[in-house]
Design a protein around this ligand. Structure first.
Ligand code: G6P
Length: 612
């Protein structure tokens, strides 16, 4: 996690750095800092807490110069305080550095450096990197480039870092291994950032650095090479984005805006993946034989967090609509699991950011074991998108709220389209059923809009329950992953303890928690397991639990079993998770607002988890 930026050009460096950092705050907000270089001296300003604290500091202490680096932190090594905030520098402030990742051998390096007389000022792993560069560059007089290369030879772990030197003004150097870095190309100015949206206000031309590459940036150019010194001719990618997409556009929170963008997200998926399909063009990237794709006999999906919930939902789609046996694993387990070779099996990674380290490592283990790797991903140019053999982009637009909403529905949307494709080419889905499902999908945005129109009712429900200490979420069949998702949302942003369960499992433990104070959100829309779900609700009621039912329009009978009913329009069961998730997202949102938490940047979380 952590976000890093760098700038060299003609603009006021503090303005550019603060602006770019504000778009990276989702990567962590424990502290923030900048280092700028003007008239041969480095100035460092850093503050614990959110970027707003740093902004105040910069206002009080204006800096000059046209070159600098910046950082927003999600603490791993060392408390989130001012001392551990980046940038870190040598005592004379000749070099300053920002880092994202973990230097795994920092303890042994620190001992060695301390024995050589270096004094450490922070508890971070990053500082060893500064000391190594200080040793080679300041003490031994090597160039900054040589010193960076030398330091890289000595460190183990993951990094994206950016360093400036008062001895070599007018340039900065950045390098990566395992953590993302994007170079932004401008006219008479150049940039670096942890991801492309950070540069949205400045350029559309970017270079995605690969692992073991470094770049030297000056006002007039960039030079990319491997960290062992081989020159690289980088590929420049033009990004088609809209700066508006990364602003709140009048909404109180990004999360609210992103919830309400979901009908457009699904509409786009219909237009791009289904209107003329489904066909193999569902893949934006496909670097292997189409025949192999069609012959897929087994799928292993790996993902984290909300993306894992999309994977659990997709298992129903792939098995029921395409007849493909599907396993689902959380990436942090998958990557350490002994993976047995299996014929015609693909490993599918699902990830919004394309940078989650566990998912990336899971993908790499799939590759090593000889599997073809597919990915469903939102961020163009991200590491997982670049390393997978086949990619479907969700094109949900930048998701800024830390709690995922529109990326989730987009994932389920494209996974649905993929299941129709496989169902058709494998002869598991009749033309008629395929057309029926496509038509249902086409009508979803309108139905989602209906649910959005009913948000006041969810707010009313939130008002009734927002002081609860715990929540339970229950669902069955294709909606049980949404029970997990509803619970996750409320934990993430409202800080309320919540758990989700397949409703049938309730009697094996969670039922012991139910008393007259416990809100139990039950997804009970029309489905083959409707009756079973109603029985589970009655079991909750019998223990005086407070049932909030999520039901299909027209289900009057459910009112007898629930204290509150939130309705969603009727739709095919296969697509129902795309509707039932909306009230769950709103419920978490309104409960969080009523509890006064920071909805878009909840404590302790980061959107892109690039540490294990
Ligand atoms: C973090 C985020 C979640 C996200 C998960 C997986 O925990 O806070 O919202 O679902 O990472 O991220 P990915 O980018 O791989 O989907």
């Amino acid at each position: 996690m952590c976000g890093i930026v760098g700038y060299v050009g003609r603009e006021k460096v503090d303005t550019v750095l603060l602006n770019a950092l504000s778009r990276l705050e989702y990567r962590g907000y424990d502290s923030a800092g900048i280092a700028t270089l003007g008239s041969g001296t480095i100035t460092i300003l850093k503050e614990s807490g959110k970027l707003s604290n740093l902004r105040k500091l910069v206002q009080e202490h204006p800096v000059s110069g046209q070159l600098g680096i910046g950082h927003t932190r999600w603490a791993t090594h060392g408390e989130p305080n001012q001392k551990n905030a980046h940038p870190h520098a040598d005592p004379e402030k000749k070099v300053a550095l920002v880092h994202n990742g973990i230097i795994e051998n920092h303890a042994e390096l620190k001992v060695r450096l301390m024995e050589a007389g270096y004094v450490f000022q922070s508890d971070t792993d990053t500082e060893v990197l500064v000391k190594l560069i200080e040793k080679y560059h300041i003490k031994m007089g090597q160039t900054l480039e040589e010193s960076v290369k030398q330091a890289i030879r000595e460190i183990r772990g993951t990094y994206a870092f950016c360093v400036i030197s008062a001895l070599e003004p007018g340039k900065f150097i950045a390098a990566r291994k395992g953590s993302p870095l994007v170079v932004g190309l401008g006219q008479g100015e150049n940039f670096i950032a942890s991801d492309a949206p950070a540069l949205i206000d400045y350029t559309r031309d970017v270079i995605f650095l690969e692992d073991d590459q470094m770049v030297i940036l000056t006002q007039d150019g960039v030079r990319v090479s491997t960290t062992s010194g081989r020159e690289i001719s980088p590929v420049v990618t033009r990004i088609d984005w809209d700066a508006k997409a990364a602003s709140k556009e009048g909404f109180d929170h990004f999360m609210l805006k992103e919830i309400e963008e979901q009908p457009q997200v699904i509409e786009r998926i219909y237009a791009s993946r289904l209107a003329q399909g489904p066909n193999k063009s569902i893949f934006d990237v496909l670097n292997f034989d189409e025949k192999e794709l069609i012959q897929t006999e087994r799928l292993i999906i790996q993902a984290c967090g909300t993306s894992w919930h999309a994977a659990l939902t997709a298992k129903f789609l792939f098995e029921n609509l395409a007849g493909i046996p599907t396993e689902v694993d959380v990436s942090s387990e998958f990557r350490y699991r002994g993976l047995l070779p299996q014929k015609n099996t693909q490993v599918l990674s699902i990830t919004q950011s394309g940078e989650t380290i566990d998912t990336l490592m899971g993908l790499r283990q799939g590759k090593e074991k000889g599997f073809k790797t597919l990915a469903v991903c939102n961020v163009l140019g991200s590491t997982i998108a670049r390393e997978s053999d086949g990619v479907i982009f969700t094109h949900a637009g930048p998701e800024i709220g830390v709690a995922s909403t529109k990326a989730y529905t987009a994932q389920i949307g494209v996974l649905f389209a993929l299941s129709l494709f496989w169902g058709k080419v494998r002869g598991r889905l009749s033309e008629a059923r395929c057309s029926e499902l496509k038509e249902e999908f086409r009508r979803l945005p309108e139905k989602m809009q209906t649910v959005i129109g009913r948000k006041e009712l969810v707010r009313h429900t939130a008002q009734k329950f927002y002081e609860a200490r715990d929540f339970l979420f229950l669902g069955r069949g294709i909606n049980y992953p949404n029970a997990y998702e509803g619970a996750l949302k409320i934990k993430e942003i409202a800080y309320i303890h919540a758990t989700g369960h397949p409703a049938g499992e309730m009697k094996h433990g969670p039922i012991a928690l139910i008393d007259e104070k416990m809100p139990v959100v039950c997804i009970v829309t029309e489905s083959v397991v409707y009756e079973k779900m109603v029985s589970n609700i009655q079991e909750v009621r019998a223990r005086k639990g407070r049932v909030i039912a999520l039901a299909s329009d027209g289900d009057e009978a459910i009112k007898a079993h629930a204290e509150e009913v939130l309705y969603v329009p009727k739709c095919d069961e296969a697509l129902s998770p795309l509707l039932t998730v909306l009230p769950l997202q709103y419920l978490a949102y309104y409960v969080a607002v009523l509890r006064g938490t920071d909805v878009d940047q909840p404590r302790n979380l980061a959107k892109s988890v690039t540490v294990e």
